[in-house]
Design a protein around this ligand. Structure first.
Ligand code: CO
Length: 434
């Protein structure tokens, strides 16, 4: 992928070279028309139901609609999915009909769901994982959410959305200081992502560097009804600053401990999720084209809303790989269940979040999301001015179990290299086989 990952392509390169700051140099593009794939059910219930659309199916047999939408129509669809269906993503966006048809022709969701368990889906690395757990600090997660929700927005086509991405890049790179085996990059090879890059932090594996574990969250935010206004107020504290904040805390703890995984681990902040899973699709397609061996993907989208229910985390049960989902449930039970925490499953529909981009390209992926409330699976203020930390009690406590889970996920899926320097540690009930 190196030829696909570069820092500042397009006009920015020239402007930066001319001495302008990246922000000042940002050329904020208008949203162009896009071809959209969404579920037939979603379209039928939306204000766009009378538009001409082609009927398609994905490899799972889900009835889909393919249609061209102008900017205003894209925002109508986004608003419908967010407010009427109460979910985050909900569709894929493409530059052209041909690109959408090609995506469908190469769609591999069935293969992704049925892919057998990899050899690494074992649970035997408590020696690495258990010492990480007490280090998860709610205050750190809260501080990252506070910072990311302090931008006017993280909209993909706004200078603020670029600034936020660059901040995440610098923050993650700072956590990797002194580690020559860890690289922070901006992924800009996304033609539909305007000026917003995705952020990737790679910890190169010591023994199986070509086998890749991915943990991701989307870094953009959006305000329903604001159209493509680059000054829209879209704090996006829960959606999805919380997911980025969990990942940031996971990176801090894992790297602080001197962790050197056998497999490569890539932490990702995706651009432009809210407007058709654009950043994650660009990355997943790039990896598929390059034959990257992705052994497991964890998506964290909305982790900080937990009111009045006894369980602590939802696993999204559709468009997820069966063996990886079973592994994740077992992982939860071993490491979090033993601490009295509970989980539930939840179906989220077509194109729900960035895991769907990986699934569509044939890679095994799962998604974990907040427990919600007795009546709302997701924070009801998503994509509004009310998505602030203050509206969920000013605390990131609900996100702490997600950091524990993500640490267990990387600790078990990537294991620990022999040269990690960790002394063997026996924890009752677990045997490390590293
Ligand atoms: Co989201």
């Amino acid at each position: 992928m190196p030829h696909r990952i570069c820092i500042f392509r397009w006009p920015l390169l020239l402007a930066v070279a001319a001495g302008l700051s990246p922000t000042a140099a940002a050329q904020v593009a208008d949203d162009p028309p896009a071809w959209v794939l969404t579920s037939a059910d979603s379209l039928r219930n939306s204000p766009l139901r009378h538009l001409p659309a082609s009927e398609r199916r994905d490899s799972l047999g889900t009835a889909l609609k393919l249609l061209e939408l102008d900017t205003a129509q894209q925002h109508l669809l986004t608003g419908h999915l967010h407010h009427r269906e109460g979910r985050c993503g909900g569709y894929f966006a493409f530059e052209s009909r041909a690109e959408a048809e090609d995506f469908l022709a190469r769609e591999r969701s069935l293969q992704a769901l049925l892919a057998p368990a990899g050899s690494g889906y074992t649970i035997d690395n408590a020696a690495t994982i258990e010492p990480w757990f007490p280090q998860v600090a709610e205050a750190n997660i809260r501080a990252t959410i506070e910072h990311l929700s302090s931008y006017q927005n993280r909209y993909y086509a706004s200078p603020h959305g670029l600034d936020a991405a660059l901040w995440i890049h610098d923050r993650w790179a700072g956590l990797a200081a002194g580690r020559s085996d860890v690289q922070a990059e901006l992924f800009t090879a996304c033609t539909l992502c305007s000026t917003q890059p995705s952020v990737i932090l790679t910890v190169t594996g010591t023994e199986l560097p070509d086998e890749v574990v991915v943990v991701g969250a989307h870094l953009d935010s959006i305000r329903s009804g604001a159209g493509s206004n680059p000054e829209q107020f879209a704090p996006g504290a829960d959606d999805d600053a919380s997911g980025i904040a969990v990942i940031t805390e996971v990176i801090r703890i894992a790297l602080d401990s001197g962790w050197r995984p056998k497999r490569s681990v890539k932490f990702m902040g995706y651009a432009a999720e809210e407007i058709g899973l654009r950043g994650s699709r660009a990355i997943a397609e790039s990896y598929a084209a390059d034959g990257v061996n992705v052994v497991g993907v964890l998506q964290l989208d909305m982790t900080n809303y937990h009111v009045g229910v006894a369980y602590h985390l939802h696993f999204i049960s559709d468009y997820s790989n069966g063996p990886l989902l079973n592994f994740s449930r077992e992982l939860f039970d071993v490491y979090l269940g033993s601490r009295g925490l509970q989980r539930r499953d939840l179906a989220c529909g077509y194109g729900c979040s960035d895991h769907a981009s990986w699934t569509a390209k044939g890679f095994p992926a799962v998604m974990a999301s907040e427990p919600g409330s007795p009546t709302q699976s997701f924070y009801p203020g998503l994509h509004t001015a009310n998505d602030t930390l203050g509206h969920v009690g000013g605390t990131a406590q609900a996100s702490v179990p997600f950091a524990w889970f993500a640490l267990a996920f990387i600790g078990e899926l990537a294991k620990t290299g022999a040269e990690s320097g960790h002394p063997p540690l026996h924890v009752d009930g677990f045997e490390s086989q590293d």
